[in-house]
Design a protein around this ligand. Structure first.
Ligand SMILES: [Zn+2]
Length: 351
């Protein structure tokens, strides 16, 4: 039986920022077109989105900030941040983006579906409690985690963020909160947003529940595969999440104009598979993905397709070749992996 869902809605194309802005409606147009391909049709269940409620937004955001975004409704142009602006429809679109992910999480938690992908925009992981940042208005994934905790009485949610940028907003939301383990791989060093050092590990009750894996440029499928297998998987299994969420950015793709990384469709498929294994081991397979960045629209379309095929167990990708490649990398990456392990060892016995 077909148990993978997608959130897809033409209204997500209504949010338009400055002319030529990389976070454009074209990103979703290409993905939605891909969904019409014969091999993708009938593979996925459509989940209709709804707008997030004020109460749901307040799980993460400060009321004056929500008011500020709400007031942009109907105005042709408003600048919220250096690189984030709104049009008349942006507020409504942002509510639907968050609400779309919440509907997906609900379907997964109620076991109507096994897993799924919210193909929504604007993205969310840079959005802070009280301000928009980096093309993000509301922090979809952070709201999603708190919604699941509250609505379904769970207390361990894993968020893995493989966008090339560090998810500062998500990290800050949960920095002192052990109910969410935030693990991020990202480019680090003179790169936006500047946060995400390996030494940022959480604070207070949240100490040890933030795992940052900062990377130099040009990390590709083998590097990511090895990091996911030898660092992320053991920590995640030890945490025993009851729900797995992914902030999926495809600006880590080798064709991306902003990212500087070298991941391909195969790499994204492999990362998905590893996180599906985690979800199957500890969370009855419950996994929900939300779209973050990704600015080469064609490469992103192909990558989303690869991820969806993994979710629906329709993948033809053979991980053997990649495992061979990873072995040859071992000596080069070993030192780096050991460094991260040293930092995380006080919190995770399995390291
Ligand atoms: Zn990004």
């Amino acid at each position: 039986m077909n148990r993978t869902g997608i959130v897809k809605d033409e209204r997500y194309l209504d949010h338009v920022m400055d002319p030529g802005h990389p976070e454009s409606p074209e990103r979703l147009r290409v993905i939605y077109k891909m969904l019409e391909e014969p091999e993708m049709k009938n593979l996925l269940n459509l989940i209709p989105p709804r707008p997030a409620t004020r109460e749901e937004l307040e799980l993460v955001h400060a009321p004056p900030y929500i008011d500020q975004v709400a007031k942009t409704a109907g105005k042709p142009y408003y600048r919220l941040d250096m690189d984030t602006s709104t049009c008349a429809k942006s507020y409504e679109t942002a509510l639907l983006a968050t609400g779309g992910l919440l509907e997906l999480i609900k379907a997964v938690m109620e076991e109507k579906l096994q897993n799924g992908f919210a193909l929504v925009r604007p993205p969310g992981h840079h959005a802070e409690r009280d301000r928009a940042m980096g093309f993000c208005l509301f922090n979809n994934v952070a709201i999603g985690a708190l919604y699941a905790i509250k609505q379904f009485s769970i207390d361990r949610v894993l968020i893995v963020d493989w966008d090339v940028h560090h998810g500062n907003g998500t990290q800050n939301t949960f920095y002192e909160d052990p109910r969410v383990l935030y693990i991020s791989t990202h480019r680090y060093g003179y790169f936006y947003p500047g946060t995400g050092s390996a030494k940022e590990v959480g604070k207070g009750k949240g100490l040890g529940f933030t795992v940052n894996i900062p990377l130099s440029t040009r990390a590709g499928d083998a590097e990511y595969g090895m990091i996911f297998e030898t660092l992320i998987k053991p920590i995640a299994l030890e945490y025993r999440p009851q729900l797995v969420l992914i902030s999926a950015g495809f600006d880590t793709h080798s064709d991306d104009p902003l990212g500087g990384m070298e991941v391909t469709e195969k790499g994204f498929a492999r990362m998905t598979r590893i996180l599906m294994d985690v979800a199957e081991s500890t969370a009855q397979g419950r996994l929900a993905i939300t779209l973050e960045g990704g600015y080469d629209v064609t490469a992103q379309g192909r990558s989303v397709k690869a991820v969806l095929k993994e979710l629906a167990h329709a993948s033809t990708f053979n991980e053997k070749d990649q495992l061979e490649q990873e072995k040859t990398l071992l000596p080069r990456l070993e030192g780096f992996i050991l460094q991260i392990k040293e930092i995380q060892k006080p919190y995770w016995k399995s390291l």
